[in-house]
Write a protein that binds this ligand. Sequence first.
Ligand code: IVH
Length: 720
Amino acid sequence: MNEFLCSHIKTFALFAPFTKFVIYNSNMIEIRQKLETLREEIRQHNYHYHVLDAPIISDGEYDRLLHELKAIEAEHPEWITPDSPSQRAGAPPADKFDKVQHPGPILSLANAFGADDAFAWFERVAKLDERVRDANFTVEPKIDGLSVVLHYRDGIFVQGATRGDGEIGEDITANLRTIKAIPLKIPVGESREKKEENSQISLFSGDQSLVSNSLIPNYLVVRGEVFITYEDFDALNKGLEEAGKKTYLNPRNTAAGALRQLDSSITAQRPLTLLIYQIVHAEGGEVPNSQWERLNYLRELGFPVSVDSRNFDNIEETVKYCENWEEKRDQLPYEADGIVIKIDDLELSDDLGIVGKDPRGATAYKFPSLEVTTTLNDINVEVGRTGVLTPKAVLEPIEINGVIVRNATLHNFDFIAEKDIRIGDRVLVKRAGEVIPYIIASITETRSGQERPYFPPKKCPACEQPVEHIEGEVAWYCVNAACPAQLIRNIQHFVSRGAMDIVGLGIKIVEQLVEENLLGDVADLYTLEREKLLELEGFKEKKADNLLNAIAVSKIQTLARLLTGLGIRGVGESVAADLTNNFADLDALRAATQDNLEAIEGIGPNIATAIVDWFLLPFNQQILGKLRDAGLNPSGQVSVASDQPSVFSGLTFVITGTLPTMSRTEAKEFIQSHGGKVTGSVSKKTDYLLAGEKAGSKLTKAEGLGVKTISEDDLREMSV
Ligand code: IVH
């Protein structure tokens, strides 16, 4: 038997040790080989997307690979292994979780509140052991998520558990398996060189590989934190709100609920991710003895590790780094309640011992709390674009992390009833990251008796028409198509930066134009008369001309922007862009069937139905007719104008932060119109990071990868 066959039969023996003995013909060998190649490729793409946050193929290409893999596995179910990337959809629902004994105690941390406390911790431990004075420190964000413990045997993810009481946790393997940032397979035993021979794309980079110099343990237990980023949380809630469904209260609770689901197919639908920060146990190999090296080692094995971790050789710089993060905590993409300071030498750290459940060798530098109490002065009801009524808290103004908070979300009317929140109550409010401040609960102990219970309105506060409740939904709707509040929100959305971008048409003017009956729908913007505007309060010639000018200029906006502006449920900027790739103009889209739409990558049945329904409504058909009469009939993609040479051709840009004059959409279109490409995340393939104010983790990442950062001015200069 030749070498090739030998090695493959060996692979079969490795991957399918329990399957019946089968004589494979050469076709089978090829299919099996294809299967392994696909698995390895998909693993690498998962790693690039979920760990490095830098995908190298499109979602469509990824889906095609996964589809191909699943097709082979459907033909050969005997080849399915637990580490196959296809095995993330979720297992059958469980009755309860089994208990798992952790291989070592899963410890907690003592807190240090501010710099003085952190220095006091240092002095305390330095008095116990003088070696601490010369120690290095590793710092890591203290993510406010859920601690989990992951077991790998012979490189395969075999079990995952919650922290539980620190000794015994709950077996949530099926749920954890659905989190794509968790590698289902890691290298084992072999050296780096050997591993690279067998792998298509190298995980190990640089000459200083820690993995290359030692035997990777065949039993490895690691610990990390599961969480949801602010961005994913917002997107999740936006979708639910548009669908009239109950929104989630905060990222942490949502992540906790998803992890403890008995039905893992539900967990699979939540945008959970994680970062790993500890090796709990290692057998049959060696791991480094310094926390900093361990983080790098874990990264080399393919685990996601925080890019904001650092190593310092003195406590002063360590504390300075913590203070720095305290100021810019909002720039982290997830909620962190502090920075963990760890003595880097883990032997020294172990020698210092444990107090209760807290190791002496580490401490949590805590940020000030983002939860404050204030008085709920009133509850206002806002009417959204789709008619959904949302209760908003009117608060006694209060500062949270440098921002004065006056309003907060109360989620929905059920929340107010369930939590028995009354007007006049003291309430607990939280503001974290970019998430809108929200009410957590009322403090009933301090009630004076003057507080008033709240009942949802029976009539729309804007148009006085009766409100409706759809069975099975949490939302209350104003269903009056002529409701001025809905109209105002619709127009506000139509003129917004991401849509038609009509500069100078703020909410106050929109309200004024609707109140004066000059606008009955978005198309009326294009037939506004100068004389009528001049009759309005506050309108002089210059203001009227500027407004009419801005409206006229918007007529040449792209099809994608017009589609975004129409406010069809589920059609935001990215879906609108997908649609323009598939339909030449509005007529073509209007003729599309549910099936045509569902065939487009990224468009599911709900969005497809929303689009079809939108075009069927006579009111909307009338709007389209009026828009066309006004000269708006865009078609196709943003094209490279002939007088603008493709100076950015072949270059890839990422945009972050707030730019001085351009919106991100404008910057994107500017780059595209000069032949460049814009992607969402920084990778080695990025040529330029276009950064504005408050640039967060993308900037740090670009710096780390040596990607050149440019300003809006630089961009303009480069384009001429
Ligand atoms: S180390 C000895 N590192 O914070 C190891 N914990 O308040 C002790 N946490 O239970 C934990 N990020 O759930 C550590 N980078 C990090 C962390 C972290 C978040 C959580 C963890 C722990 C809690 C302690």
